[in-house]
Ligand binder design. Structure first.
Ligand code: SF4
Length: 293
């Protein structure tokens, strides 16, 4: 059962799920979060996810539970109504950088991240509101700032900011999507939010898209850049570019010149860690491909 009392719907079970306890229902919106979290269990078929193979006990089982909690439509469940384990989220990925889970349908299931730092904790984009997530975040010191990468991934940011008394940052060109924001980023120049944390405007996916670079190590890329796990390379989504593909290429080109990162943490699509030289080389190559097309 999820925190809002909803469960996956047995009557709407996808007919092509692999036989067994775990299933996906047909309310799935194909956000991809479950496939990212538990690729051995979930697969895509005709624009929805379903169970390809029942998870083995152990890590695969935990990953399936994480997918169940992250699922924005609460479409993943078990026939036996197994009790959900506690403490699945936030999930620490690296040195105080956490994936929030609890993806929101309002952001089409975008990933949100929580970061714990002595100079102030912050959220990048917003998960769906949940006391089950707010409690552990409070224990980790709460949230000082909510950083919004663009207009599509605002989700329940207002509720998170209000609960923790946080400032909210968004680019002025996407600001109408978050009228409650306290701080607007302007133009194409970088803004240092605090030492080691920089907002980098990346117009393209939307006019007001922004990436956030932390310690020249982590890039929170929103929907401007992602890792393609199938191809093993950086990617950008031309089919989901709402403002300007050529500007997106130019933005990513500027990013490659101005900043380094070894982690890419995307709203949609995969996340990945590699040496910063390799990431930079792949980013330059991606920009070349984008400008050729
Ligand atoms: S997380 Fe939920 S909505 Fe997203 S692809 Fe999986 S089943 Fe579908």
């Amino acid at each position: 059962m999820t925190d809002n009392g909803e469960v996956a719907r047995l009557l709407d079970r996808h007919p092509a799920n692999a036989p067994g306890d775990w299933y996906v229902d047909t309310r799935c919106i194909d956000c991809g979060a479950c496939r990212q979290l538990a690729p051995d269990t979930f697969t895509q078929a005709r624009g929805q996810s379903l169970v390809a193979a029942q998870p083995d006990p152990g890590e695969a089982h935990t990953a399936a539970w994480r997918a169940s909690v992250a699922c924005p439509t609460q479409s993943i469940g078990t026939l036996s109504r197994q009790p959900r384990p506690e403490g699945l989220f936030p999930q620490e990925l690296s040195d105080g950088v956490y994936y929030c889970g609890f993806n929101s349908e309002h952001s089409f299931g975008a990933n949100a991240f929580f970061v714990r730092r002595p100079r102030g904790n912050f959220l990048v984009d917003a998960p769906r509101w949940s006391r089950r997530l707010a409690r552990p975040i409070e224990e980790l010191g709460g949230i000082d700032d909510v950083l919004l990468t663009h207009r599509d991934d605002v989700a329940d940011a207002e509720q998170w900011a209000s609960r923790f008394g946080a400032r909210v940052w968004i680019h002025a060109d996407d600001a109408d999507a978050a009228p409650f924001a306290t701080d607007h980023l302007e133009g194409l120049g970088d803004t240092e939010i605090r030492p080691g944390l920089v907002a980098v405007p990346l117009p393209g996916h939307t006019k007001g898209s922004v990436g956030f670079v932390l310690e020249e190590r982590y890039l929170f890329s929103g929907d401007s850049l992602a890792w393609d796990s199938d191809r093993g390379d950086l990617t950008a989504f031309r089919h989901a570019c709402w403002y300007s593909w050529s500007e997106q290429a130019a933005s990513l080109g500027r990013l490659a010149v101005r900043h380094r990162f070894s982690w890419v943490l995307a709203g949609h699509g995969g996340r990945h860690e590699a040496h910063d030289d390799e990431m930079n080389r792949r980013l330059v190559q991606l920009v070349e491909r984008m400008t050729r097309r």
